[in-house]
Design a protein around this ligand. Structure first.
Ligand code: BES
Ligand code: MN
Ligand code: MN
Length: 462
């Protein structure tokens, strides 16, 4: 690749301002109030792909939000890279915890990012990382250096489980055929330490409803005599972990693939400071399953967490009331081996079985997906490793991630492809949190590294 850094240097202000424009659109897929904005974002992505040199770009309708599909096929004898990303973002609340408005992007410096970071919802997850690929394509087409074919598939429902994308993939196998799938929707170990994500956790997400009496009751008149759904729900939830923080649902661990001592020792070599970890989160200690390290707990082990819990009176002052209903949203992060539908079923049966007769329980499954692990002995991984080595001056570290991109396992199954997770985000980017941001350094490094992946992948395919 020639002139990558000079091209980036010359165009970086525009690269940033284009991303800023994209970040201004609140494409929150979870909240139907933003429907027009989500659709507008798909249009914007289409335009950007056209400008970057795709020959055809279409907005493919689904039962939910559309998929933007673009391609540039230069020669059928050359390999094809399929880029996946998402243009939808998480809700921005709680708004009062943002230092600047989530959809009015600002670029400011931080201790870690003296070159500046872009603050906005979606800056890292995933508009910023997705747009690196668009700008990398622009660089390759405008300098006549695109070495292979490229397809883009950018969806608008990742943050709500990619339910309609799976149908699209199953119905469009031919159109989506590829030699490798390239995704930037994960992170790296540190700003100066690249890594390639070699695993993702699966997910089962459920909502539970506990109903006690048929109406909210006076907590003095009835207190002590009828089941309080909030008391009961919290007790049931607490019982889902034992004193070692193992999950108590029968059968939950049956199919978990355990790592060998060698594999665990290999994992432990990745640079990690528990002190820095605690400091970054303002916690005095970590917490989790006995017998596992922090990095194991958040990647190779399954979890169960309450994501939200509500019921009763939460307004100003005090109201003496026993609520009729209590609710919780619960996520279970799964590891390879665990089938998400089976785990959802195990949860449902167990949760219903532990409820006292004094309440009624409903378990509503939301969405889920399989976990994923990828081997490193393939040319996709090697191409990514070479690309990172060129731009960071050191080889990337393979690392299993704790997050989920449920569609990845489906890509492997339906399209028979290897997936390369080439992430440029940092844990400190605060994705899904207030003040999400993406380092200008990371953004530009991504644009610099991606074309090298294309180059090496094409060379290694010969
Ligand atoms: N990009 C994230 C997943 C991620 C982030 C993986 C960092 C590894 C490192 C993705 O957008 C995401 O948030 N996924 C959801 C799952 C989805 C079904 C809502 C998640 O992991 O909670
Ligand atoms: Mn994402
Ligand atoms: Mn996300």
């Amino acid at each position: 690749m020639k002139n990558t850094t000079s091209y980036i240097e010359k165009n970086k202000d525009r690269f940033l301002s284009e991303l800023v424009e994209l970040l201004k659109i609140p494409s929150i897929s979870a909240d139907s109030a933003y429907k027009a904005d989500v659709l507008r974002t798909a249009e914007a992505v289409k335009e950007r792909l056209e400008q970057a040199g795709c020959d055809t770009v279409e907005i493919c309708p689904t039962a939910g939000y559309p998929i933007v599909y673009g391609e540039k096929i230069i020669n059928n004898d050359l390999p094809t890279v399929l880029v996946y990303g998402h243009y939808d973002v998480q809700p921005a609340d709680p708004l009062e915890l943002w230092d600047s408005a989530p959809f009015e992007p600002v670029i400011k410096t931080t201790e870690l990012h003296p070159e500046g970071a872009i603050f906005a919802r979606g800056a890292c997850d995933d508009k910023g990382q997705m747009y690196m690929h668009v700008k990398a394509l622009e660089f390759m087409t405008s300098t006549d250096q695109l070495p292979c074919n490229v397809k883009f598939m950018i969806e608008g429902e990742e943050e709500v489980g990619s339910v309609n994308l799976s149908t699209f993939v199953k119905e469009n196998r031919e159109k989506l055929s590829n030699d490798v799938i390239l995704i930037s929707d994960t992170g790296m170990i540190a700003k100066d330490t690249p890594s390639i994500t070699t695993g993702l956790r699966g997910l089962s997400y459920v909502e539970v409803e506990v109903t006690g009496p048929n109406r909210d009751l006076h907590s003095g008149l009835y207190g002590g005599a009828v089941a309080n759904p909030i008391n009961v729900l919290t007790k049931m939830i607490a019982s889902l972990h034992d004193e070692n923080n193992h999950i108590t649902i029968p059968g939950f661990y049956d199919k978990v693939e355990e790592l060998s001592q060698d594999e665990r020792a290999e994992m432990a070599k990745a640079p990690f400071s528990l002190d820095d970890y605690k400091k970054a989160l303002d916690i005095d200690d970590v917490y989790g399953e006995a017998g596992y390290t922090t990095n194991e707990r958040n990647s190779i082990r399954p979890t169960l967490d309450v994501n939200g819990i509500w019921g009763g009176y939460i307004g100003e002052g005090a109201k003496t009331v026993i609520a009729s209903k209590a609710y919780a949203k619960i996520s279970m992060r799964l590891v390879p081996g665990q089938e998400w539908e089976e785990i959802t079923e195990l949860f449902k049966n167990h949760f219903e079985s532990i409820a006292p007769k004094a309440v009624k329980v409903k378990v509503k499954p939301h969405h889920g997906g399989q976990g994923y692990v990828t081997p490193t002995d393939n040319i996709g991984y090697q191409a990514a490793a070479k690309a990172y080595t060129d731009t960071f001056g050191k080889a990337p570290i393979p690392q299993r991630g704790g997050g989920s991109i449920p569609i990845v396992a489906l890509f492997e199954k339906e399209l028979d492809s290897k997936i390369i997770l080439m992430g440029f985000g940092l844990d400190s980017d605060a994705i899904h949190s207030p003040n999400e941001h993406f380092g200008v350094f990371n953004y530009l490094k991504g644009i610099e590294t991606i074309p090298l992946f294309y180059k090496y992948f094409t060379e290694l395919s010969k």
